[in-house]
Design a binder for this molecule. Structure first.
Ligand code: ARG
Length: 462
């Protein structure tokens, strides 16, 4: 058995069971690129500070580049007995270049090293998620532009409420995603501080320059407190919280599209390319991708809960428990990106069944609130007009007709305030036209929203 990098004081080697149980290489090799980045910055700083020669630095830099190349080409052999990504790379460097490699871990511990790697990894992950968020926003805006005039029922309590333009509804999701992106941006800014040089927990007596490594790695500055630097995991708690909120937004979108694709709603038809079938029922065509978007939100929330639970009982500073922080983060990132990408693909592959929606629109008295507003225009207090229209709806229910089917005499039997211009307010097309408040579903307001998003997301509108 090879001696451990930390083996000096040990007389016995660890059992296979312990070795297998404590290893993290099976998952933390994901950090290799950032581990190498961090080591290169660290070696350069050590040379600048006179803690190693320029020659040693150069062999370390060359060696690390060669290791990176080997990892990427699949030649590199990851060893469980070398425990984690940090010791795998350091030991491989020692095998490769010998003596100079032994200087690399000067004024560094795996505790600050792993967090440097992890913050760099998360920073990149956030950038990848932001790209996916933007692609989904663009897909939703494109879908809205394809159906600019389409009126759909808006729901509250899943009961028909008021008519809305479809783009208005789709842009509501775009707004949610924009706040999701904002949360990730904020989290990235707060995360972008450098733990390197905090060493095990207390810093070092060696003359290192933490500002130099922080700068070289693109961090805002070194973390101020070395104990905080190796203990803090709130950067990933915040990150996974942001991911969880995004996942919940996507789950709601998934639920809406699954409903809309049902025979009962029949609002959308997903193309075959984004649907799957049943192994027993030959007729089935299911919207599985969006069901799984809904389903996978559970894992993303679970990942956050895992991390919160992991951290809640830990005293300062580093505890080995914290090695368990990687997999939930990797899983959360991979899952959220998958959810965003498949939702965008789904959006590009659904058509709205205009005729079916059109036919369904008269049901549900979607224009009732507009009619109440009409009476307010005539000077009636709203609470009274609400009651008047309520009675008109009751009349419709008993006659099994729509508000616009009532004749003026019938209307006037309920309130003498009704006049023949009332018909300009009735029916969903008229009703939608009456909306005018900022942020409403009125065509002009929705057109403004579409302009805003198309420009912001650089969507070609030709
Ligand atoms: N693999 C460890 C982790 O991911 C690195 C830090 C280990 N530090 C230690 N003192 N054992 O947390």
């Amino acid at each position: 058995k090879e001696a451990k990098l930390w083996g000096g004081r040990f007389e016995e080697s660890v059992t296979d069971t312990v070795e297998k149980f404590t290893e993290s290489i099976s998952f933390d090799k994901e950090l290799y690129k950032h581990d190498i980045m961090g080591s290169k910055a660290h070696a350069s700083m050590l040379a600048k500070q006179g803690l190693m020669s320029d020659g040693d630095r150069d062999s370390i830099l060359r060696g690390l580049e060669e290791i990176e190349r080997k990892i990427e080409s699949g030649e590199f052999v990851w060893r469980t007995d070398r425990e984690d990504v940090h010791m795998n790379i350091e030991a491989a460097l020692t095998d490769m270049i010998g003596e100079p490699a032994k200087k690399l871990h000067t004024a560094r511990s795996r505790n600050d090293q792993v967090l440097t790697d992890f913050r760099l990894w998360c920073r990149d992950a956030i950038d990848r998620i932001l790209g996916s968020v933007k692609r989904l926003q663009a897909a939703l805006v494109t879908l809205a532009l394809k159906n600019e005039e389409l009126i759909v029922p808006g729901y509250t309590h899943l009961q028909r409420a008021q008519p809305v333009l479809l783009p208005h509804l789709l842009l509501a999701y775009v707004e949610q995603l924009e706040r999701d992106a904002g949360r990730l941006h904020d989290c990235r800014v707060r995360m972008n501080f450098c733990p390197l040089g905090a060493c095990a927990l207390a810093g070092t007596g060696l003359p290192i320059d933490r500002f130099m490594t922080s700068d070289a790695l693109g961090f805002t500055s070194p973390m101020r407190n070395s104990i905080d630097a190796v203990s803090d995991r709130d950067f990933i708690l915040e990150f996974l919280s942001a991911n969880s909120i995004t996942a919940v937004h996507l789950s709601r979108l998934g639920e809406e599209w699954v409903l809309w694709a049902s025979e009962e709603f029949g609002f959308i038809t997903p193309s075959d390319s984004v649907s799957t079938g049943s192994s027993i029922m030959p007729q089935k065509k299911n919207p599985d991708p969006m069901e799984l978007v809904r389903g996978k939100s559970a894992r993303v929330i679970g990942d956050l809960v895992t991390l919160l639970t992991l951290c809640k009982g830990l005293p300062l500073a580093y505890n080995r428990d914290l090695q368990e922080d990687k997999e939930p983060v990797f899983d959360s990132v991979k899952t959220v990106i998958g959810m965003l990408e498949v939702s965008a693909e789904f959006a590009h592959n659904i058509t709205f069944n205009q005729e079916r929606i059109r036919k369904a629109l008269p049901a549900g008295h979607l224009d009732a609130t507009t009619l109440a507003d009409y009476l307010v225009h005539k000077g009636m207090p709203f609470r009274t007009s609400h009651d008047v229209v309520g009675r008109a709806v009751a009349l419709c229910v008993s006659k099994n007709c729509q508000l616009q089917d009532l004749n003026l005499d019938e209307m006037r039997s309920i309130s003498p305030v009704f006049d023949k211009d009332v018909y300009e307010y009735l029916g969903v097309d008229n009703a939608v036209k009456k909306f005018r408040s900022y942020g409403s579903t009125g065509s002009a307001c929705v057109a403004d929203q579409l302009d805003y998003w198309a420009a912001k997301l650089e969507i070609n509108r030709s």
